[in-house]
Design a protein around this ligand. Structure first.
Ligand SMILES: [Zn+2]
Length: 263
């Protein structure tokens, strides 16, 4: 009962904060797009430029790294939303060095994972949500994902599934909790790391936002994107405006369970 009350409350809140799909305050058709930028805290390419873009972005910061605290501070000063980018064990095809010194792995106990999340939130207390860095293996494991959702529920933080693995069980685990759950729709640097390609992907995200009311896209700072992604977003901003697509924080979009319930 409590679950449904919380769910209904969350949906009403979303409806109140946001607008109905595809409609702006003045009645013109439009949409909302949340761009999440991954991989803050480590490589420097495009970090400062991304955080200084004059638009709403959600910055996913990896904890326990050299630049974690600097990037969080800079993101908040520039009015960005901050979430924890959880480095998680991937399949053997991925380079484990990319996970940093303190990843979440499949060998960890529930208590170890809860304690990892606590330490991460202690370092980034302003975080309002979380998503996964790499993690093609961990996101398929109930033993890993359950304690993470348990922690997020207690702290009333949301979760974004980047969907790096088609076998991700995040949605199923989320549905056993009251955690606000989101799924990525468009990876900005999915196949090619050129500005034209990223612009093409941003236009795809804009089209989804216009036809469905909202859309989530994920880009990167560092070697995965960096300045190419910064410039593509900057150059597309007039097009977003012309098409009445507003850039919003991820927390402003409708979580998955609310959408399934028909809002
Ligand atoms: Zn990442």
């Amino acid at each position: 009962m409590l679950f449904f009350l919380l769910l209904a409350g969350g949906c009403l809140l979303s409806a109140w904060i946001g607008l109905s799909a595809g409609e702006e305050a003045d009645g013109t058709a439009g949409g909302r797009l949340a761009i999440v930028i991954d991989d803050f805290g480590q490589q420097r390419k495009g970090v400062s430029e991304m955080l200084h873009l004059d638009c709403k972005l959600t910055a996913a910061v990896i904890p326990f790294l050299e630049y974690t605290e600097d990037d969080v501070e800079d993101a908040l000063e520039n009015g960005k939303e901050v979430i924890i980018h959880i480095p998680m064990q991937a399949t053997t095809h991925d380079n484990p060095r990319h996970l940093g010194p303190r990843p979440v792995t499949t060998g960890m106990t529930r208590e170890e994972i809860l304690s990892w999340m606590k330490d991460a939130l202690d370092e980034i207390p302003e975080a309002v949500g979380a998503n996964i860095h790499m993690g093609t293996l961990c996101s398929t494991k109930q033993d890993v994902m359950s304690p993470i959702f348990e922690f997020l529920q207690e702290k009333q933080m949301y979760f974004l599934d980047s969907k790096t693995s088609s076998k991700s069980i995040c949605r199923e685990v989320a549905q056993t909790t009251t955690v606000a759950f989101y799924e990525n729709r468009v990876f900005l640097e999915h196949e090619r790391k050129t500005k034209d390609y990223v612009k093409k992907r941003l236009r795809k995200a804009m089209d989804i936002a216009l036809s469905e009311g909202e859309c989530i896209a994920i880009g990167h700072v560092g070697n995965e994107g960096g300045m190419i992604t910064v410039e593509a977003i900057r150059e597309l901003m007039p097009e977003f405006e012309e098409n009445h697509v507003s850039l919003v924080f991820l927390s402003e979009l409708t979580p998955f369970a609310c959408r399934e319930a028909g809002k």
